[in-house]
Ligand binder design. Structure first.
Ligand SMILES: Nc1ncnc2c1ncn2[C@@H]1O[C@H](COP(=O)(O)OP(=O)(O)O)[C@@H](O)[C@H]1O
Ligand SMILES: [Mg+2]
Length: 787
């Protein structure tokens, strides 16, 4: 029936139940099943008498055997001897070469297949030789151990074959391993692999034989029991882990299922979770995927899909809480209360996004916590400082190794509710680089049109953020992308005056610090003059953070004295600060009382509050043009140009000989050169410095100024008046020149500060100079007489 043709190699198949036929090996067999007899008959009917011999896989029933039931690698054999008995055939087969089934051609009356040869590559070398020799040694050892008194030693038999692979095959059939082992020897892809396998199996045989000998030997009873115990214990352990593992997997999954049910997921999320749960059930706990999938499902179950707190809309109470926790900040509190009122009236409305802007330590972060407190919402703060990877906000996809949900989802999970107050602290400090643009991700998070189904990459399910009350903070809004700002209501908190700081310290900071260290206000008394000295000598800031730290240090020092036995109260007078805190960190800023011509005092706004700024001008040898130094931006540079030109056009008025402009050039330096500065507000200060330089007259050291200048000498309004005035006041400046159009901004400055200083409102540069350079004796307003 089967033919051998070129291009179509087919064979009848003889399946064997527990013997593997190897190439070069002769195998005696008895065949009784009709299907096997039919296969043999088919082989005998051909000239070559070839048949394929394939071992049936363990556990397969032999009676209805089909191609799929046996290993796909077998051996082509030639029928050597055959004797027909009544109901069976006794025969000898000689193995020829390895073959692999390509397809089954028929299953009845016998199996026939199309096949291909599967020759082994010939690999040679010292290692192969060494393994072959070891194999022979081990075989001899086995013969000794098994006390099999065969006619010829195995070693001698093997020696007849030169080819190591033939030795492997022969040895395998002599030693009769179990069928699976024999099959893997037959399937070994290289000689090297076959030899290694064989050596492993031989080692195993040797161990078994040695153990057997020990067990049967009566003199070694002790070892026998130990060994047997060991074997039993090992088996028990295996059984236990098998059982235990299954139990814990099922328990795990059941628990997760319950938790997921309790979480009341939205329908989309639920069906996704169910699917993942089914997938989890199919994994073994040992697989790494099991753990990742499990922690994912844990997150899904833990998220507050349907948990929220009820807002307290009692506005009077809210006001009380805000006042109790923060001094002053009247306008900001008003604005917050308005927002709460809106939320009270329209509870379906999206929670607003507030942005608190102000220098460090003015209470932005803690005010956010107060808002949550007033509303009775949970509060979660996340600092965005230094964040530049979008994935930190939105998470990494789960396919990413070590993936985690982003910070937003983490915050929601921590809060345990879907409507917490989430503080996005320091959003002006977020960066942007190749890992994506966190600001863009933030926009989506804050956009009420999009955030009702926010998608974290890890969670990969929509989560509703629309009930979250976001409050962002920033030191300045200059660096924030505009579109982000449009999404938020900006509330400004500016720095505090010394008087306000003392109040904050007395009412909030000192009581808090006392409580921290376990002292009472009877035990430790810090006088207000002492607080003032602390503020001036140990801090330099717009807010009260350093002050809080300094008070804390004093409180700890005091606590120690009490712990060491002090009983009488401690009055901290200003003189005691040196002993408690060491030398002053900041010398009380003394205004330069004597200034050379060419120096004028300006006022600058900085993210950490305001500061005074000495602008210096000097003449340079001819031909250098205008030089401006001090890390300044292009706007400030242009402002310097305008200032010099403005002075030039007023030269005669100032009594400056025109040659001075042709003989020499001007260098303007804005100090603190390490800090980048920009903006037009130093214009009048630069013009004053240059005017002073070229006229050789001093600028009044107690006067500071801010304002933009035009070529014609007009003074234009600028920003940051409150911070600048407070800084001037801190520094002991007694008179401030401001643009006339900034007059109304002065209302922001506390009355106490205003009453301590003189303010001059300038329309033109001549108004500035008249006050700042008194020796010029500019009498009448002559702004119109410039050209
Ligand atoms: N107006 C205020 N009243 C009471 N405490 C304040 C006030 N402003 C700031 N503080 C306190 O100063 C400390 C620093 O405030 P913080 O919120 O960290 O400032 P910011 O976030 O603006 O840098 C906090 O302990 C805060 O309670
Ligand atoms: Mg803060």
């Amino acid at each position: 029936m089967a033919e051998t043709q070129i291009g179509l190699q087919t064979l009848p198949i003889l399946p064997t139940s527990n013997a593997v036929l190897f190439p070069h090996v002769v195998l005696p067999l008895t065949v009784a099943r009709p299907k096997s007899i039919a296969a043999l008959e088919a082989a005998m009917a051909t000239e070559e008498k070839l048949i394929g011999v394939f071992a049936v896989r363990g556990g397969q029933s032999f009676d209805q055997v089909q191609t799929k039931d046996f290993y796909q690698v077998g051996c082509k054999a030639v029928v050597r001897k055959l004797s027909r008995q009544k109901d069976r055939i006794i025969l000898a087969l000689q193995g020829l070469e390895r073959i692999r089934i390509i397809e089954t051609l028929q299953n009845e009356p016998h199996i026939a297949v199309r096949y291909e040869d599967l020759p082994l590559p010939v690999d040679e070398g010292a290692e192969i030789e060494a393994m072959a020799r070891t194999m022979v040694e081990k075989a001899n050892q086995i013969q000794t151990l098994s006390e099999a008194k065969a006619t010829a030693s195995i070693g001698e038999t093997l020696a007849q074959f030169r080819n190591p692979l033939e030795r492997v095959y022969l040895l395998a059939s002599i030693l009769s391993f179990d069928a699976a082992k024999e099959q893997s020897l037959l399937e070994a892809p290289t000689r090297h692999a076959a030899l290694r396998l064989m050596n492993d199996y031989l080692d195993y045989e040797i161990q078994v034989l040695e153990l057997q000998n020990q067990i049967t030997s009566k003199t070694n009873a002790e070892i026998t029991r130990e060994q047997r115990d060991y074997v039993l214990r090992q088996q028990l352990k295996t059984i236990k882990t098998e059982l235990g593992e299954r139990e814990s997997t099922e328990g795990d999954i059941e628990l997760l299922r319950e938790q997921l049910e309790k979480a009341q997921l939205p329908a989309v999320a639920q069906s996704e979770a169910d699917r993942e749960l089914r997938r989890l059930a199919q994994l073994t706990t040992a697989s790494p995927e099991y753990q990742t999938l499990r922690s994912y499902l844990e997150l899904v179950a833990e998220l507050p899909w349907n948990v929220s707190t009820t807002d307290n809309h009692d506005l009077a109470r809210a006001q009380k809480i805000l006042d109790e926790e923060h001094f002053d900040l009247k306008e900001v509190k008003e604005r917050i209360l308005e927002q709460l009122a809106v939320m009270k009236l329209n509870q379906a409305a999206h929670a607003p996004v507030l942005l608190f802007v102000g220098p460090p330590g003015v209470g932005k972060t803690s005010l956010g916590a107060s808002v949550a407190h007033a509303l009775e919402r949970r509060f979660e703060r996340m600092s965005l400082g230094g964040l530049h990877d979008e994935a930190e906000l939105r998470g990494h996809r789960r396919t990413y190794v070590g993936a985690m949900p982003g910070r937003i989802v983490q915050a929601i999970r921590r809060s345990g509710v879907r409507n917490p107050v989430i503080m996005l602290d320091e959003i002006d400090k977020i960066g942007q680089d190749f890992r994506g643009d966190p600001a863009a991700a933030l926009m989506e998070i804050l956009d009420p049109a999009q955030n009702c189904d926010f998608r974290d990459n890890y969670l990969d399910l929509p989560f509703d953020l629309s009930q979250v009350f976001f409050i962002a903070t920033a030191n300045s809004v200059e660096t924030n992308p505009g579109p982000l700002l449009h999404r938020m209501a900006i509330l400004r908190l500016s720095g505090y005056t010394e008087e306000e700081k003392i109040q904050i310290a007395q009412r909030y900071i000192v009581p808090r610090r006392l409580k921290d260290v376990g002292l009472t206000s009877e035990q430790l008394i810090i006088q207000s003059e002492t607080l003032a000295k602390m503020i001036r000598g140990y801090t330099r800031e717009a807010g009260v953070r350093q002050l809080e730290r300094t008070v804390g240090a004093v409180a700890r020092k005091a606590a120690r004295q009490f712990a060491e036995g002090r009983t009488e109260p401690l009055q901290v007078k200003p003189g005691l600060l040196h002993e408690l805190l060491g030398t002053q960190r900041f010398l009380e800023e003394k205004l330069r009382q004597r200034q050379v011509p060419g120096v004028a005092t300006g006022l600058a706004w900085t993210p950490s509050g305001g500061d005074i700024l000495y602008i210096e001008a000097a003449t340079l040898p001819k031909g250098r043009g205008l030089t401006v130094t001090g890390q300044i931006g292009s706007i400030m540079r242009e402002s310097a140009d305008a200032a010099v030109s403005c002075v030039w056009s007023h030269a005669s008025l100032l009594g400056i000989p025109p040659e001075r402009f042709t003989e020499a050039n001007v260098h303007i330096h804005v100090p603190a050169g390490a800090i980048p500065k920009d903006g037009p507000s130093a214009g009048i200060t630069m013009a004053t410095a240059v005017a002073s330089l070229l006229s050789g007259r001093h600028v009044d050291p107690n006067t500071a100024m801010t304002g933009e200048i035009t070529l014609a000498g007009l003074v234009l309004p600028v920003g940051g008046i409150k911070e600048k005035v407070l800084a001037a006041n801190r520094s002991g400046v007694t008179r401030v020149i401001l643009p006339k159009d900034n007059k109304r901004d002065l209302e922001e400055v506390p009355q106490t500060t205003r009453s301590e200083m003189d303010f001059v409102f300038a329309e033109t540069i001549l108004d500035v100079w008249r006050i700042a350079i008194p020796s010029l004796n500019l009498k009448a307003p002559v702004a119109a007489a410039i050209f």
